[in-house]
Write a protein that binds this ligand. Structure first.
Ligand code: SF4
Length: 363
């Protein structure tokens, strides 16, 4: 049975990326038995290495405007009605944006994702983002800039593009057949239309999903095939973070193995696309984070929009410890030197608890 995944990988490698997995293959990946997990990862890793070698793309989020959103996406801590105790603020200044982006770039990121909450940007919001982008590109000429500002109106994508923005993120989030159960203030078609506007303006389309929203296996497959059809260059795969104060606060549908299967399915369906492990990585993949890098080829460094991720240094160490290099900083690792200094080499901690002591055991 486990040879099945290797055979699918071989078929895709021989047929080229457009051959991809079939919907039946994708369902089989999602339903792989625990005993097949290692062979599934090994097969997906053949595709990952074919198209991305041992590189990991490192992205850094800057939340330009947080909370206060009039939309009702019920997974989102920034949505209308959310009681999640998140930071809420209006637009960051250009200087503050540069400072925040600079921290991510110094930490090893090569792409800065500038995000704002809200239904979509006004033309004055676009003015702000174009100014920020020009300033960012002038200070860091190699930086890749992705904007994520919501639904776009005609002409806005072109303005972003001419200021130097490289990519536009707008997630479809879930299958069309599930969309209306998670948000009612805009439609699935609205989302698809914005991705089309970004693409027509020459921005690299970035669109992904959130798993764990009550969708079925078939709907996850439906969402991935929709992303394939949209020809998204990068696919962020988020795992629902059930914030207190949101309708999904008690929803826990994911296990580390399930997350790994979802990432593997994304790799099989879109073998040559950037598959990014996005929000919820630490919470849901837990000890399988490093294994997920064998399948996905991109992560966010450090924190997310409204929640904290693991230490950025731990992200970089995980990449290096597993034999990967940061895309754009390959040389930094060839001589063994990391992009950022690793956490100090720890000395073995002498035990002062458990047997032979009065202190409770570490159990
Ligand atoms: S539009 Fe964006 S910020 Fe607003 S609720 Fe939806 S996901 Fe959250």
């Amino acid at each position: 049975m486990s040879a099945q995944f290797d055979q699918i990988a071989t078929r895709i490698l021989e047929g080229g990326p457009d051959s991809g997995a079939t919907e039946a293959d994708a369902l089989a990946v999602l339903r792989a038995d625990d005993s097949e997990l290692m062979s599934l990862v090994a097969a997906a890793s053949r595709l990952r290495r074919e198209y991305f070698g041992n590189t990991v793309k490192v992205n850094y989020l800057v939340n330009l405007k947080s909370g206060l959103c009039p939309e009702n996406c019920n997974y989102c801590s920034q949505a209308l009605g959310s009681q999640a105790p998140i930071l809420k603020y209006s637009w960051l200044s250009k200087d503050e944006t540069l400072k925040q982006a600079g921290a991510g770039l110094a930490g090893g990121a090569t792409r800065v994702c500038m995000v704002s909450s809200g239904r979509g940007p006004s033309d004055r919001d676009i003015d702000k983002v174009t100014e920020m982008t020009e300033a960012l590109k002038s200070e860091y000429p190699d930086v890749e800039v992705c904007a994520c500002l919501g639904l776009l109106k005609d002409g806005q994508a072109e303005r972003l593009k001419s200021s130097g923005v490289d990519a536009y993120n707008h997630n479809i989030n879930t299958a069309e057949s599930h969309h209306d159960t998670i948000v009612q203030t805009h439609t699935y078609d609205d989302r698809v239309e914005t991705i089309g506007k970004a693409k027509s303006a020459g921005l690299s389309p970035c669109s992904g999903l959130i798993a764990g929203l009550g969708e079925t296996d078939e709907q996850l497959v439906e969402a991935l095939f929709a992303l394939k059809k949209l020809d998204a260059d990068s696919i962020p795969v988020n795992f629902l973070m059930p914030f207190d104060g949101t309708p999904f606060e008690d929803t826990w549908e994911l296990t580390p193995g399930r997350c790994l299967r979802i990432l593997a399915m994304a790799r099989f369906v879109c073998p040559d696309k950037e598959v990014r492990i996005a929000g919820g990585r630490e919470m849901h993949l837990r000890s399988l984070q490093a294994m997920a890098l064998q399948v996905a080829n991109s992560i966010f460094l450090g924190d997310y929009l409204t929640s904290e991720g693991q230490e950025a240094k731990a992200d970089i160490e995980m990449i290096r410890d597993n034999g990967f290099v940061i895309l754009g900083a390959e040389d930094a690792f060839e001589d063994g030197s990391p992009v950022v200094e690793p956490v100090e080499t720890p000395d073995p901690a002498i035990r002062h608890r458990g047997a032979g002591t009065e202190v409770p055991a570490n159990a």
